[in-house]
Design a protein around this ligand. Sequence first.
Ligand code: NAD
Ligand code: MG
Length: 391
Amino acid sequence: MASGAQIKRRLTILGSTGSIGTNTLDVVERLGGRERFDIAALTGNGNIPLLAEQARRVGAELAVTADEHRYGELKSALEGSGIEVAAGRSGLIEAAERDAGWVMAAIVGNAGLQPTLAAARRGADIALANKECLVSAGSLFIEAVAKGGGRLLPVDSEHNAIFQVLENDQRHAVERIILTASGGPFRTKSLEEMRHVTADIARAHPNWSMGLKISIDSASMFNKALEMIEARHLFRLRPDQIEVIVHPQSVIHSMVGYSDGSVLAQLGCPDMRTAIGYALSYPKRCELPIERLDFARLARLDFEAPDEARFPALKLARRAMQAGGIQGAVLNGAKETALEAFIKGRIGFLAMAEIVERVMDRLSDLPAAVTMDDVFAADEKARQTAAGLIH
Ligand code: NAD
Ligand code: MG
């Protein structure tokens, strides 16, 4: 819609109350806020005060809580504002289907798949933070975006880095991509030390400030495992073209290696707003007043090979990629169930990978997904199988 000389962009943020969601709103405000952007919809889950405050602040058209029991609370928090209110799964779909040209997909976990798909199918540009969409649904998700006609803009910092340095007319010359991993808080811990850690210890990431689940996934390196599968689908690579290197400073966000021996990297401070700003202003670059890299102060960048014995998640990702088919959905469904159990203190830290491996063993002959329903069924089966292993 026109406002003065400037065309306003309409956007929606799925998962606005989370770490990526609040960073997205911060970027939106730094890039002009209500002067430049119309917010079609914001969605959250349990944090109703924050969702209501955000919706009022940015003048959202619609605010949705995923928790249908909190509808009344959200409705009264927004009373008199003129902001529409909805709740539950249908509310999330309604938010995704509003006519916004750009949608930030920042709901955590497989719960983000259906709303993100709804936005993709109607042709919105998808700024994809939610990696589970690609891990579970893989090429079906890519096809849905392509069919809808919108662009897929990776926000996960590693994939955003690759997206920035991938020369589209030279894709045939890409030999490998190198995903960097901080190594998380347990990079130097022994298996015995990791056996007894709690969720509170595991959530303390050395470099990045993120939501609870992704922080714990970083500690177990399941986050990197998901990212390997995500990269495979996003950039259409063979499993053997995907490498992981531990880089504790998290300054190089990932790299692409070409057939002439060149390696191109994207570097920056560990701040998700760079990737979000890139996706929001793509294909142009915006001006963001965030910290700059100071190389003299940095002095050095370190690298080490990942240890798959202490971090078996990486091995499981390779296995899922090699098996193909529906194994990404199986790995993710089992991992989400095991992660919930770890957060609740019902299983130990190392048991997460053990459970995922056992679920993958049991469901190794599930047929490849033909439709999204097959993906949801595999996810559900993996969850049930994992739950059966957690006593
Ligand atoms: P978060 O936990 O901080 O926020 C999650 C958001 O999803 C919140 O708005 C929450 O209300 C909503 N939500 C939670 N459960 C829901 C449900 N069942 N239904 C609908 N909405 C629900 O998570 P985050 O760290 O912002 O991560 C969001 C996504 O982005 C994840 O998929 C994560 O892997 C990915 N990601 C995050 C980062 C980061 O720096 N935080 C970096 C890369 C990728
Ligand atoms: Mg990442």
